[in-house]
Design a protein around this ligand. Structure first.
Ligand SMILES: Nc1ncnc2c1ncn2[C@@H]1O[C@H](COP(=O)(O)OP(=O)(O)OP(=O)(O)O)[C@@H](O)[C@H]1O
Ligand SMILES: [Mg+2]
Length: 243
């Protein structure tokens, strides 16, 4: 469960998050909002890359606001990046294994098993020897997710994993995301512009609008709210056309 209280982030004159108070307790939570709404900034606060000027954040009852980023990974707060962090000159296996080196497994064999399990889970078991540079955009995003599943994740935060994916890749991604709570018991926090993916995966969705909470609740109800429809009309038309 994520509790955010009176959170404000300021960069110079810009407040990408402005007095946000929200509790997110469903197993897969969506986060949508227009470009520049503060979505990635919120994820950066949760993962410790950005320090808020005000407010408090806790995950499963642990106040994380004061804990540095590298220690948060040990707490099980894991994320992917909007711009993926795959090393082009390493193989897929080596990219995931690099995370396992710091994940606190009891033995090397345990770490190797965890790497294999995560790669198999995201469906890339046949690609382990492929260099990062030879992975497709979709495979890179799935590799990022595999990295986030190493160790004992408690909260897995995904920043636009569906960007640049084909329709069939997105269908596979949907299954991968929906299965994460069962795979490792983690809560999932999903940012994506693909509203159909959010609907398919997220029991609950919050809408950010330039630092303010525009809506929060069961995903379909939130998407029916007039102010949300106004912000998302383009995506809705695309979604209805696809249905
Ligand atoms: N490190 C930073 N320094 C200064 N301004 C920043 C920084 N990071 C983000 N911003 C600004 O904060 C605002 C919110 O950005 P953020 O990346 O959180 O948006 P977003 O909702 O993730 O958008 P997108 O959908 O385009 O990814 C933007 O105006 C952005 O320019
Ligand atoms: Mg972003």
């Amino acid at each position: 469960m994520i509790r955010i209280e009176n959170l404000t982030v300021q960069f110079g004159g810009v407040k990408p998050i402005d007095g946000l108070t929200v509790t997110l307790d469903k197993s897969i939570v969506g986060l949508i909002g227009p470009n520049g709404a503060g979505k990635t900034t919120l994820l950066n606060v949760l993962s410790g890359f950005v320090t808020p000027v005000n407010g408090q954040v806790s995950v499963d009852g642990v106040v994380i606001s004061e804990i540095p980023a590298h220690k948060r990974a040990h707490l099980g707060l894991r994320r992917t990046f909007q711009t993926d962090q795959i090393a082009d000159d390493l193989t897929l296996w080596e990219n995931v294994e690099a995370i396992a080196d710091h994940a606190g497994h009891a033995t090397h064999a345990d770490a190797q098993r965890d790497v294999q399990r995560a790669i198999d889970y995201v469906g890339l078991g046949k690609r382990i020897h492929r260099k990062g540079s030879n992975l497709t955009t979709g495979e890179r995003h799935l590799t990022e997710i595999a990295k986030a599943l190493i160790g004992k994740p408690k909260l897995v935060m995904l920043d636009e994993p569906g960007a640049g994916m084909s329709e069939s890749e997105t269908q596979h991604l949907e299954k991968v995301i929906r299965g994460i709570p069962e795979y490792c018991g983690a809560q999932v926090f999903l940012i994506d512009h693909d509203v159909a993916l959010i609907v398919a995966c997220c029991e609950e969705t919050m809408v950010l609008d330039f630092g303010k909470l525009l809506a929060l609740g069961p995903t379909k109800e939130v998407l029916e709210q007039p102010e949300v429809r106004r912000a998302y009309l383009g995506d809705f038309e695309a979604m209805e056309a696809a249905a």
